[in-house]
Design a protein around this ligand. Structure first.
Ligand code: NDP
Length: 256
């Protein structure tokens, strides 16, 4: 039995991670911006009493992150084993020539600074834990190698508006990947495993919004349940020699 902290636990992938981890007996700390409004988490708390702990955490707000870390420090003297930095937003999708400072800053605040501040705040607790695993939920959208094809392939540019859109989101996940590598290097000698992974295109609010924003009739590839089942399998297989890795949820290595 391990202790997992999942950010962005109110819905989508974060909620499903909590649900599936609880169902196999793990201790789960579900961090949400407004846990008082998360009726789904409250229901889950009722059926997993003592195993699910709700904590208020807004990834955009350093004082909220610090307050969450202080609370957990008191409640979990044995520390935390796994941190899953899952909370994220996609922002608006426009042509990169129309991208705005406001959108870029808003997306980076949640997707890049959020995981940085949460990781920093939770490190003392993670150091006490036994797994020392930090997983950043990234995206294939942040792969520089993967996006090179948009420059090289005229057909993709013609048929896929996304190729020249969603700059803020793509930047944020590329920056998150650099954060993964830098923390992996910093924490290597302490036995930590720090990774980025892509959950696939998943039918959550964000995944469905992406479908709309990309104006595609294609459906998300994965249900939330299917994707999360594979995400947990991926996390179960993580060992320090894999630190600094960038993975698909199905286990393959992704190119940075
Ligand atoms: P959803 O939009 O379904 O859920 C996003 C979650 O993040 C919600 O719980 C939301 O909380 C939370 N969140 C947003 N902003 C904040 C904040 N400031 N502080 C704390 N929590 C916040 O998205 P998904 O579940 O699909 O996405 C989860 C992760 O997976 C994200 O990092 C996303 O980038 C990544 N991803 C998703 C893909 C997909 O196809 N769905 C593809 C690739 C990557 P609230 O309810 O309060 O808004």
């Amino acid at each position: 039995m391990s202790t997992y902290l999942v950010t962005g636990a109110s819905r989508g992938i974060g909620f499903e991670l909590c649900k599936q981890l609880l169902s196999r007996g793990e201790v789960v700390i579900a961090a949400a911006r407004t846990p008082e409004k998360a009726t789904n988490l409250k229901e889950l708390e009722g059926s997993h009493s003592g195993k699910l702990h709700l904590v208020k955490l807004d990834a955009e707000d350093a004082s909220s992150i610090k307050a969450a870390a202080d609370k957990l420090d008191k409640e979990f003297p044995g520390g935390l084993d796994v941190l899953i930095n899952n909370a994220g937003i996609s922002g608006s999708f426009v042509q990169c020539s129309q991208e705005t400072v406001e959108n870029v800053l808003a997306v980076h605040k949640v997707n890049v600074l959020g995981p940085m501040l949460v990781t920093q705040a939770m490190l003392p607790l993670l150091r006490k834990g036994s797994k020392k695993l930090i997983a950043n939920v990234s995206s294939g959208a942040g792969s520089l190698a993967g996006k090179l094809k948009f420059v090289e392939d005229a057909e993709i540019r013609k048929t896929l508006p996304y190729a020249t859109q969603a700059l803020a989101y793509k930047q944020s996940k590329a920056a998150l990947n650099m954060q993964t590598l830098t923390f992996a290097a910093d924490l290597k000698d302490e036995g930590f495993t720090v990774i980025s992974y892509c959950p696939g295109w998943v039918a959550t609010d964000m995944g469905l919004q992406g479908q709309e924003l990309m104006k595609t009739k294609e459906n998300p590839t994965w249900t939330t349940e299917q994707s999360v089942e594979l995400q947990i399998k991926l996390l179960d297989g993580m060992t320090p020699d894999k630190s600094g890795g960038y993975f698909q949820h199905t286990g393959e290595k992704l190119d940075w």
